[in-house]
Design a protein around this ligand. Structure first.
Ligand SMILES: [Zn+2]
Length: 256
């Protein structure tokens, strides 16, 4: 019974992952996430519900459209799997049913992180709608724990500090350093992380971005002119800060 219940939680998470695939594909191109029904990009055939069962359908269809053999990206089932695993792991961390609200908030935050991560990788864009949704979720979540002063300071410093750096960089070099989406993401994260940890996030993600970016240039995977999206670095650091604070403290001790 308990195994079955865990499987149900995993499957619910995988279904959310299936919806997240739609969000990741549609939001950056301005499409509604509700209508119309998903179609095969190859032959425009509507996708039936039984072809849309997370992970299972991909395996059953052997990664191809049932009509025209159009190849379905392996990323779709992998995101479904990731969301299923994340939902189950977060569920296993709560010890009583009174903590269900805590679990629901954490799942929402994790899902928005995953959506932002892949949209930024694909389009170098962090949509305002998702940043706003994240900010609202973090505000509701934080209001259980923190004072409004803490949240407001986090928001202002999270948004204001990188804005100031960008402005200075622009004055000195005549170039825009950071994207508006990155700055709005920090502002949203600041609500929960607070004024101190959001500044940590700014430094740590810049450091991580520089290390990864320079390594990719050294390995000739990208050229100097290719800008890599910055959102994923902010999100990786924020994931450690919010979901794995002990690991984050150990990593921080190595750097600072
Ligand atoms: Zn097709």
């Amino acid at each position: 019974m308990i195994i079955f219940f865990k499987f149900l939680i995993f499957f619910a998470g995988a279904c959310l992952g299936s919806f997240l695939n739609v969000v990741i594909y549609r939001i950056p191109i301005g499409m509604s996430v509700v209508t119309p029904r998903s179609k095969c990009p190859g032959c425009k055939k509507s996708i039936y519900w039984f072809e849309n069962i997370p992970i299972v359908s991909y395996l059953f269809l052997k990664g191809k459209c049932s009509e025209c053999d159009f190849k379905i990206s392996i990323r779709y089932p992998l995101i479904e799997l990731l969301c299923g695993v994340v939902t189950l792991v977060l569920f296993l961390q709560i010890s009583s049913y009174s903590q269900v609200y805590f679990f629901l908030f954490q799942v929402s935050i994790a899902l928005i992180f995953i959506a932002l991560f892949f949209i930024d990788l694909d389009h170098k864009l962090l949509p305002d709608s998702l940043n706003l949704y994240l900010g609202a979720t973090l505000l509701a979540y934080s209001s259980f724990e923190y004072s409004w002063k803490y949240m407001l300071m986090g928001l202002l410093i999270g948004g204001g500090f990188p804005l100031l750096i960008t402005w200075l960089f622009y004055k000195l070099r005549g170039k825009i350093g950071l994207g508006g989406g990155d700055i709005k993401l920090w502002a949203a994260l600041g609500i929960y992380l607070g004024p101190v940890d959001v500044v940590h996030n700014i430094f740590m993600s810049c450091l991580l971005g520089a290390v990864v970016g320079l390594s990719l240039i050294a390995a000739k995977i990208i050229s100097k002119e290719n800008a890599i999206p910055f959102g994923p670095f902010i999100l990786v650091v924020a994931t450690l800060q919010i979901f794995m604070p002990d690991l984050y403290a150990q990593l921080k001790a190595l750097v600072v």
